[in-house]
Design a protein around this ligand. Structure first.
Ligand code: HAM
Length: 414
């Protein structure tokens, strides 16, 4: 039997519906903000990614699917979309039409990483990029759109973290002060951080190793070394975010794994996916378009990891809890449970029962498995009394309620 390649997944019926929903939601939300779709090729000249992402990054150093094609050209299967979108923007002179372009894309990306839950070698991104606006209102708008997308999916958990990486005016001095700090602690850093010390010292700030975390706990932060222009930009963006109610926290140790960033960077992080905590990420790249041979036009954007969003939606389904589980012993109690369940469902509560009338123990096991918020146990005595004990499973409290749909509904959702 020939199997698929490690890290390259099939998306089967049953899963694909969730993907289609995520994609349709992105298209619908992004179009509200004036974004148009761009489709870019999977294969690009290797040089494009070396120049944009940076030679000293993990992606370029060890993760690219690069090969020499039959015409002796070094080509690479895109590890991300920003470089290709900007290449297309320059090549087709879209800036001559309008320097302000709002573009989105979706499709597979390829990185030779060690596969694990949420991390694959072929994965999918939904990305969005805006060119030609330096005003921090656009930073706030892009972040607000990203949060809007997650809210539309009913995902409120991934939290927005922001940082600023400064610009070519202020970052070099910061880099030097960070290097001076690290130099004294080199022997406490992991092999990777020691190796990257010269070319990419900032990576020590987001290293996962416990030793590096400890050694860099008091490291200088970029945010304290911003030039006036970068500092003003960051403060204005924060004000705009607050004005429109987009909540965030500052993570001054956030270092992105791509070199093109300037000023604003951000990630949407979750605690639900283990080590793969970033569900979406991005930032501003004011020098990229000119570095790639285009005019001096700024840019900002993000990419969402589709697999990670699909995993979060699954997680959410798993954690969707019934409001009430009704356990019933005997035929009459089962009938009464069924009446209560249907009435409460019509009033908007999520109710479960065991239709087959199994033993009380097995019904309670099922209630536990579903993590229902309340349970109600019905037997002959309760029917005679016309009331039963409603148990709050989280608080461990209970209250006697009449077998009345409205009365129970009030208890479930006071
Ligand atoms: P990135 O942080 O490399 O940024 O990737 C963005 C997102 O893609 C990550 O937060 C994650 O959700 C997902 N992702 C990355 N690698 C993998 C993988 N191996 N398996 C599954 N998901 C993955 C970029 O790619 C930039 N182009 C984002 C950007 C756009 N910045 C400005 N504009």
């Amino acid at each position: 039997m020939i199997t698929g390649i490690k890290g390259f997944n099939d998306i089967l019926p049953g899963e694909v519906e969730s993907w289609q929903h995520i994609e349709a939601t992105a298209r619908r939300v992004f179009e509200l903000y004036g974004f148009a779709e761009i489709r870019i090729p999977i294969l690009e000249k290797t040089e494009l990614f070396c120049r944009s992402i940076g030679d000293a990054t993990d992606i370029v150093e060890k993760e690219m699917y690069s090969f020499v094609d039959k015409g002796e050209n070094s080509v690479t299967m895109r590890p991300e979309g920003t470089a290709s979108v900007m290449r297309a923007f320059i090549e087709h002179k879209l800036h001559a039409l309008d320097p302000v372009a709002k573009l989105y894309y979706l499709g597979p990306m390829f990185r030779y990483e060690r596969p694990q839950k949420g991390r694959y070698r072929q994965f999918h991104q939904i990305g969005a990029e805006v060119t030609g606006v330096t005003d921090p209102k656009i930073d706030a708008q892009v972040l607000t759109m990203l949060c809007h997308f997650f809210a539309e999916l009913g995902l409120t958990e991934p939290a927005l973290q922001i940082n600023s990486l400064g610009c070519p005016d202020c970052r070099p001095a910061y880099r030097e002060s960070l290097k001076a700090f690290l130099r004294e602690r080199l022997d406490r850093l992991c092999d990777d951080c020691r190796r990257r010390y010269e070319a990419n010292p900032l990576r020590a700030l987001d290293c996962k190793s416990a030793h590096c975390k400890e050694a860099t706990a008091d490291a200088p932060a970029m945010l304290d070394h911003l030039c006036t222009g970068c500092d003003d930009h960051f403060s204005a963006m924060r004000r705009h975010l607050e004005r429109v109610g987009t909540t965030y926290s500052i993570n001054n140790r956030m270092v992105r794994g791509l070199d093109y960033y300037t000023r604003t960077t951000f990630e949407l992080v979750t605690g639900l996916l283990g080590a793969q905590s970033a569900v979406a990420a991005g930032g501003r790249y004011d020098g990229l378009i000119s570095d790639l041979g285009g005019p001096a036009i700024s840019g900002i954007g993000f990419a969402i990891g589709l697999e990670r969003v699909a995993l979060l939606l699954k997680e959410k389904e798993f954690t969707r809890r019934p409001d009430l589980f009704i356990a019933a012993l005997g035929d009459e109690a089962q009938d009464e449970a069924f009446r209560l369940m249907c009435g409460l469902q019509k009033l908007g509560s999520a109710i479960e029962m065991d239709y087959e009338g199994k033993s009380l123990k097995s019904q309670m096991r099922r209630s536990d498995k579903l993590k229902s918020r309340f349970t109600l146990i019905l037997g002959g005595d309760e029917l005679v009394k016309g009331g039963a004990m409603l148990k709050n499973m989280d608080a461990g409290t209970q209250a006697e309620v009449p077998l009345d749909i409205k009365a129970i509904a009030t208890h479930l959702n006071p």
